[in-house]
Design a protein. Structure first.
Length: 129
């Protein structure tokens, strides 16, 4: 295992221990103009949430990058999830095993959504499908 992989594993484990309440949003909704909206909303939380990425995989083979917003308290995660219509992610139950630790095995079928709470798909993605 390389030093880069060891450091990444350490970071994941540190976040899971210190910030166990995690809320997932699709990665494309967390960039560009939406990044500022999320950052402004998160200023109210202490300690500030951290984020990292995971790949959600549905049974039909659809894969989407998701951004996990990680919180120290359940109350903060509930407020964030309610405001942005995010999905709760349990790092113990939902994370993949072995080589696919960065995978989130989903059930049901993937549904394309054009907004999450106040977040809309950024213009770049709407104009360049």
């Amino acid at each position: 295992m390389t030093a880069v992989h060891k450091r990444a594993n350490y970071q994941r484990a540190r976040i899971d221990r210190a910030l166990p309440y995690q809320v997932a949003l699709p990665d494309e909704f967390c960039c560009m103009e939406n990044y500022t909206v999320i950052a402004e909303f998160c200023r109210r939380f202490d300690p500030a949430p951290e984020h990292r990425s995971i790949t959600a995989i549905w049974p039909d083979g659809t894969q989407k990058k998701m951004r996990l917003h990680c919180f120290a308290s359940r109350a903060d995660a509930e407020v964030f999830a309610a405001h942005f219509e995010g999905e709760h992610f349990d790092p113990v139950r939902d994370r993949g095993k072995g080589e696919r630790r960065d995978a989130w095995r989903r059930t049901g079928s993937w549904v394309n959504v054009d907004h999450f709470g106040p977040l809309k798909l950024p213009r770049f993605f709407r104009d360049n499908p």
